[in-house]
Design a protein around this ligand. Structure first.
Ligand code: AMP
Length: 282
């Protein structure tokens, strides 16, 4: 596995591969890698798999969250080597991604970015789109692999590619979960033992609510039940739970208003913010 910190080194290697006719798949991450990240690399059907690790400061609207974001570069490298899932790891310092002459591109996502994460984390998607756009410019992959876990992020990145008229193919990979259902996340390591034991309630509630709604339970009462269960368990501070149209991300008041419905949730558990989602119907 090649490991580069400089854009020029990465671009030289990738241009050599491309000259040999090889296709390049790209998995951008913020590190603290886990099996979910590896599953994205393993899903890549391209000849070459590139992974980046960059904790992007511009997408954090909370300074403490940025500071506390786990950083485990040695373990990340070991995981990529052990899993043999990556050909090139890019670990740039901030000034490589944002050089002094960098002019951020502004995208208008309209209603897509105004709901859910966009409503609770102002500026988050501007920063995320900026870094994805910059990393795509640097890596110039044929395919981009992203996780269903960050459902709204995938929609926004699809919109970025559309607005850029980009030929890059976006591939969405299912959420990898722990045996007890908890969605794998870099943030999970910040849960204490008690919180970690409670965390699977999130997915348990999402799947219960999905079943109930498919049997006719109205959306508002299914959402109320999730909230009640989280509050009863203690330690949770839910931010939102909502069923949205999978394309527009706008809230649905009834399941039959759309043929693609996704139940999305964000909650604090202690000092850790967790998100998850399930497709209710498609
Ligand atoms: P992050 O490092 O959290 O920014 O995530 C990098 C990429 O990995 C994003 O496309 C995430 O959606 C994806 N990802 C994170 N957790 C999981 C998971 N449990 N299963 C699949 N993909 C994931």
């Amino acid at each position: 596995m090649w490991i580069f910190k400089q854009v020029a080194d990465l671009q030289l290697k990738i241009s050599q591969w491309k000259a040999e006719g090889k296709t390049v798949g790209f998995v951008p991450t913020m590190g603290a890698l886990h099996a979910g990240h590896v599953s994205l690399l393993q899903a890549a059907k391209t000849d070459i798999r590139v992974c980046s690790i960059f904790v992007n400061p511009t997408q954090f609207n909370d300074a403490t969250d940025l500071e506390k974001y786990p950083r485990t570069p040695e373990a990340d490298i070991s995981l990529l080597l052990d899993s043999q899932s990556c050909d090139l790891l890019f670990m740039p310092p901030v000034e490589e991604v944002y050089p002094p002459n960098f002019i951020p591109k502004h995208f208008d996502f309209g209603p897509l970015a105004k709901v859910m994460e966009g409503a609770f984390r102002p500026g988050h998607f501007d920063g995320m789109a900026q870094v994805v756009n910059r990393l795509l410019d640097i890596v110039q992959p044929h395919e981009l692999y992203m996780g269903q876990k960050d459902f709204q992020q995938v929609s926004i990145v699809a919109e970025v590619l559309f607005l850029l008229d980009s030929p890059i193919k976006l591939v969405v990979v299912p959420t990898l979960r722990e045996a007890d259902g908890l969605a794998m996340s870099s943030r999970n390591v910040r849960l204490n033992a008690e919180e970690r034991a409670k965390a699977p309630i999130i997915y348990g509630q999402l799947t219960e609510a999905k079943k109930a709604m498919l049997l006719g339970e109205p959306i508002p009462s299914a959402m109320d039940k999730i909230k009640t269960a989280l509050l009863a368990a203690g330690g949770f501070e839910p931010e939102y739970m909502t069923v949205v149209d999978g394309k527009t991300l706008q809230p649905l008041s009834q399941l039959h208003d759309s043929d693609y419905a996704v139940l999305c949730l964000a909650t604090w558990l202690g000092k850790v913010r967790l998100i998850d989602n399930v497709v209710v119907k498609r």
